[in-house]
Design a protein around this ligand. Structure first.
Ligand code: SAM
Length: 228
């Protein structure tokens, strides 16, 4: 009988943010495919888990898929983890999931943190309807994507690096107008911070402050009026 591929969510900063089930699976599987073996080793050491790690990042995933499928077909249990959060969400993982499904191997999610959802629920922006776009294209297709998102009624969730945040907000102002936005920075970490306000005010703030760390950018959809 084939093994199971477990998609295991891991912390996005705070090592306490991991479920009991995730820890049990990471202990019990025959192999953990990890985007960054050093990060995963740190997590495993923290919970005194010893297990076999196989590096499985975007550069080698094509070679890894047949190797991992063979092990699953032999009946081994495999966990997939990314560097942080939920594998497959702006992280490698989807190709392996598709390959497993093609081979009729069971795929089981072990839910847990994802920066997008953590940011959304504390942003204060509407949660009843949202779109997740991950990282915007850097060049080709960027303008088209922003044009498509301009009329989105729900909250728009984007991932962005601190070096590009300013440019992205400027592009949003140019195409959407002066929307209400929220920056969710360093979630679950020591310097966690939410910066809320109209895009033009936030751009002004960024004149005085360099943002560091990891950031989720949330943009109010067309249906959002105000907090009052
Ligand atoms: N798979 C991850 C997830 O489920 O959230 C996302 C991985 S993606 C490569 C990394 C991006 O997620 C970062 O550039 C940032 O935009 C966002 N991110 C991850 N951790 C974060 C955190 N602790 N605080 C804010 N944003 C975070």
């Amino acid at each position: 009988m084939a093994g199971t591929l477990y998609i295991v969510s891991t912390p996005i900063g705070n090592l306490e943010d991991i479920t009991l089930r995730a820890l049990r699976i990471l202990k019990e599987v025959d192999l953990i495919c990890a985007e960054d073996t050093r990060t995963t080793r740190k997590l495993l050491n923290h919970y005194q888990i010893k297990n076999n790690l196989l590096s499985c990042h975007s550069y080698n995933v094509k070679q890894r898929i047949p190797q991992v499928l063979t092990r699953l077909q032999q009946g081994q249990q495999v966990a997939l983890v990314s560097e942080a959060g939920t594998p497959g969400i702006s992280d490698p993982g989807h190709a392996l999931v598709m390959a497993a499904i093609r081979e009729q191997i069971p795929v089981v999610p072990i839910p847990g943190p994802s920066a997008a959802i953590a940011a959304l629920v504390a942003s204060g922006l509407p949660t009843d309807r949202f779109v997740f776009e991950g990282f915007l294209p850097r060049k080709k297709g960027r303008q088209t994507k922003l044009q498509q998102l301009k009329d989105e009624p729900g909250t728009i969730i984007l991932y962005e690096s601190p070096h590009r945040i300013r440019k992205t907000i400027e592009d949003i102002v140019n195409i959407f107008g002066n929307r209400y936005i929220v920056l969710a920075r360093e979630l679950t970490k020591r310097f966690e911070e939410f910066i809320r306000g109209y895009a033009s005010d936030i751009l002004q703030l960024l004149e005085e402050r360099d943002l560091k760390g990891e950031i989720v950018l949330l943009v109010a959809g067309t249906k959002f009026k105000s907090f009052t």
